[in-house]
Design a binder for this molecule. Structure first.
Ligand code: DC
Length: 210
């Protein structure tokens, strides 16, 4: 069983993906970590994330352990991740890694949940269930702002909103694998939904197709 979840930042994909994985006994992959890890390795080596050749070279050396660094989840890595993710050779270099995870999920799981921007459209177009999770920009920026505050990270709401809008635009307008819903995706708008209600709606959608 493969579940593909796509959508913009802070729409609730991760929370939903982890819960679905736990519920169905599936492995879970947050594919954003792949692009974050590439950006982070480039930053450690003082490389420009917009340099296509350097980014693709780093992408080719990526391993599963690289995704485990907790620092990847910070907002600093997000903008650079969005930049490296727009480079076609980077996406090509990490495609097999993602497909391999879906085809041979770790831990003997009977399938996988992958979340990202292009899972239902490019990485796993044959996924059993596809969800496109979204929410208004303001709602997503408010969530991210609160999350940063809870983690003790000082931030300014207007700046969080601006960064998110910039990332949305780059992720949706790039030429390769842009952020768009697959035509057969279930659209889940979480602007007014708590995590429990989003989970219930996703379960209902999956049950309706089994
Ligand atoms: O999901 P995230 O916010 O951690 O992703 C960080 C960036 O990585 C995002 O702005 C775009 C890119 N990304 C992508 O292009 N394709 C994916 N499948 C996942 C993430």
């Amino acid at each position: 069983m493969i579940i593909a979840i796509d959508g913009p930042a802070a729409a609730g994909k991760g929370t939903l993906g982890r819960r679905l994985a736990e519920h169905f006994g599936l492995a879970y992959l947050d594919t954003g970590l792949i692009y974050r890890a590439i950006a982070s390795k480039m930053s450690q080596r003082d490389l420009d994330p917009a340099d296509p050749e350097a980014a693709a070279a780093v992408a080719r050396t990526l391993s599963a352990e690289d995704l485990e660094d907790p620092a990847l989840r910070g907002d600093e890595a997000a903008q650079a991740a969005s930049q490296v993710a727009a480079i076609p050779d980077v996406r090509a270099a990490v495609l097999d890694f993602q497909r391999d995870f879906a085809a041979h999920p770790p831990g003997g799981a009977r399938g996988a949940v992958l979340d990202g921007r292009d899972i239902g459209t490019v990485v796993c177009p044959g996924a059993d269930h596809k969800l496109f999770v979204t929410a208004d920009l303001e709602a997503r920026a408010t969530r991210r702002f609160q999350e940063l505050r809870e983690r003790g990270v000082e931030s300014i709401y207007a700046r969080v909103l601006e960064d998110m809008a910039e990332r949305d635009a780059r992720d949706s307008q790039r030429e390769v694998a842009p952020l768009v819903p697959a035509i057969d995706a279930f659209m889940l708008d979480t602007t007014e939904l708590e995590a429990d209600a989003a989970f219930a709606a996703a379960l209902k959608f999956i049950a309706s197709r089994c």
